[in-house]
Write a protein that binds this ligand. Structure first.
Ligand SMILES: Cc1cc2nc3c(=O)[nH]c(=O)nc-3n(C[C@H](O)[C@H](O)[C@H](O)COP(=O)(O)OP(=O)(O)OC[C@H]3O[C@@H](n4cnc5c(N)ncnc54)[C@H](O)[C@@H]3O)c2cc1C
Length: 455
């Protein structure tokens, strides 16, 4: 039986431990903070719980307005800035419940969980520092799953602790009247949506020419327009060159000389891996802020050392981390398994939602593929019209010569759920003609996928 150590109990580490245990290994998982990592404690789950509350408030407001003209003002009084702590309490309860669930699963699988910090002595020995003692454990192999934390480069480093980052924002006890968000990536956009829906005056600074630079341009423009309409002010193509504390908040000076003032600032400018405490020099491994270099298919780092999750820098998403953890554990236990980064779906949980899998049209063209794009709009979808949720579309990208699907982007209601139809299609290497054979229930948003295939 193999004796395996997993360092880190987030979405990469705990599934790796469960997988290795299911394959017959004796597993020890070392976690220095809380099981569930960033995802459950200060990432995916907190942000989605709070966004759901904010979106439901907007829906309720719309319904009240439908029944009684002018009643939105009364609805606004229903949600005051004080209610922030109530929706936070719901979010904290959800996180607690899910973290407990992981503890239960690990116990049931016979995984030994140590609360402490792990570091390498050599390739087969790991030092564990707990509150009570320090010990060295020997093992046959290690999976590194220590994740990432908010990146704080200059000039924002001097304000660390005073301005929020994409973890500490969830500890905010009172909503500010105004918030300046530095970074228009996924987290920046989700936070802009959340805060503006709750009545905070939001501005977003993005140094790239557009928000969501890694997603489809039209999808990003749709979100830009929706958030702008709801009062979010965007500054794109400029960077925040200077950040200062003022008497009643903060002042940001942008690279074009403009100044923004806000009561609070959120720096959402990326992540940096948690590898400094691991003493990787003891196993001859180097790394950058973006991670260690693994074999992208097997997740092997060297010999019996594997890595999974944000530390690999392959795709900073929880479900990517989980699959990587399972692949790493499987390979370490001698059962060959491969990871496919290109098949991982991506979602932005804003209103409208954006979700994608595989290549965008621009990415396919950049790879030299001759592709066809087929699009259908929610404006022509029965359910979307019935529910007044007509903002959005489906775009399918396929190879011109074979019709094989290579990517899809969905924008609008339920996009983060609907994208899995396309994830299955891509995984099964379906062509557009094969997708056309599937019958979709009516009326559903999913019918727009069939509609796009028939274009
Ligand atoms: C605000 C926000 C929202 C997000 N929303 C989404 C989303 O909606 N969907 C999505 O897919 N992804 C989302 N993400 C990204 C997702 O949270 C991460 O990709 C995921 O948590 C990575 O998992 P991981 O296991 O690699 O690392 P982590 O979750 O960072 O877990 C690593 C764990 O290792 C522990 N650790 C570190 N060093 C040591 C050590 N030396 N010894 C012992 N333990 C150690 C840490 O305490 C931590 O618990 C979001 C991230 C943020 C910040």
């Amino acid at each position: 039986m193999k004796n395996i150590i997993v360092i880190g109990g987030g979405p990469a580490g705990y599934p790796a431990a469960l997988k290795a245990a299911s394959l017959g290994a004796q597993v020890t998982l070392i976690e220095k903070n809380k099981l569930g990592g960033v995802c459950l404690n200060c990432g995916c789950i907190p942000s989605k719980s709070l966004l759901d509350a904010a979106h439901r408030f907007q829906t309720a407001r719309g319904l009240v307005g439908l029944c009684q003209e002018g009643a939105q003002e009364a609805a606004d009084r229903l949600f005051s800035l004080r209610d922030w702590n109530k929706i936070r309490a719901r979010q904290q309860a959800a996180s607690r419940k899910l973290v407990q669930g992981i503890g239960f699963l690990l116990k049931k699988a016979g995984v030994t969980v140590l609360e402490g910090e792990g570091s390498f002595v050599d390739e087969t020995h790991v030092r564990v520092k707990t509150a009570e003692k320090e010990e060295v454990l020997s093992c046959d192999g290690v999976i590194i799953a220590t994740g990432s934390e908010a990146f704080f480069p200059p000039p924002f480093d001097v304000l660390k602790g005073q301005i929020y980052d994409n973890s500490t924002i969830f500890n905010m006890e009172q909503l500010p009247e105004s918030l300046a968000i530095i970074g228009g990536g996924v987290i920046g956009c989700e936070m802009a949506d959340l805060m503006s829906a709750l009545g905070v005056a939001v501005s977003v600074v993005e140094m790239q020419p557009r928000i969501l630079p890694t997603e489809d341009e039209t999808a990003a423009r749709t979100l830009f327009q929706a958030l702008s309409k709801r009062g979010v002010t965007f500054y794109t193509g400029v960077s925040a060159a200077k950040a200062e504390k003022t008497a009643d908040g903060f002042k940001l000076t942008l690279s074009d000389g403009k100044e923004i003032t806000a009561q609070a600032v959120l720096a959402a400018i990326g992540r940096s891996v948690n590898l400094s405490s691991l003493q990787l020099e003891n196993i001859g491994v180097t790394y950058t802020r973006k991670g260690v270099q693994v074999n992208p298919k097997t997740l092997q780092l060297k010999n019996n050392i594997y890595a999974a999750g944000d530390v690999t820098g392959l795709l900073l998403l929880a479900h990517a981390a989980t699959r990587q953890g399972e692949v790493a554990a499987s390979n370490l236990c001698g059962f060959e398994m491969q990871y496919h980064n290109e098949q991982i779906p991506r979602a932005v949980y804003t209103s409208p939602e954006i979700a994608a899998v595989g290549l965008t049209r621009a990415q396919a063209q950049a790879q030299g593929l001759n592709v066809r794009a087929q699009k259908s709009f929610f404006l022509a979808n029965g359910r979307a019209v019935a529910q007044e949720q007509t903002e959005g579309y489906v775009e399918l990208i396929s190879e011109e010569s074979t019709g094989r699907l290579v990517g899809a982007t969905l924008v609008g209601a339920n996009a983060a759920e609907l994208i899995h139809v396309m994830a299955v299609a891509l995984n099964a290497q379906l062509t557009v003609s094969q997708l056309k054979e599937v019958v979709f229930a009516h009326p559903t948003f999913a019918e727009s996928i069939a509609e796009a295939a028939n274009r």
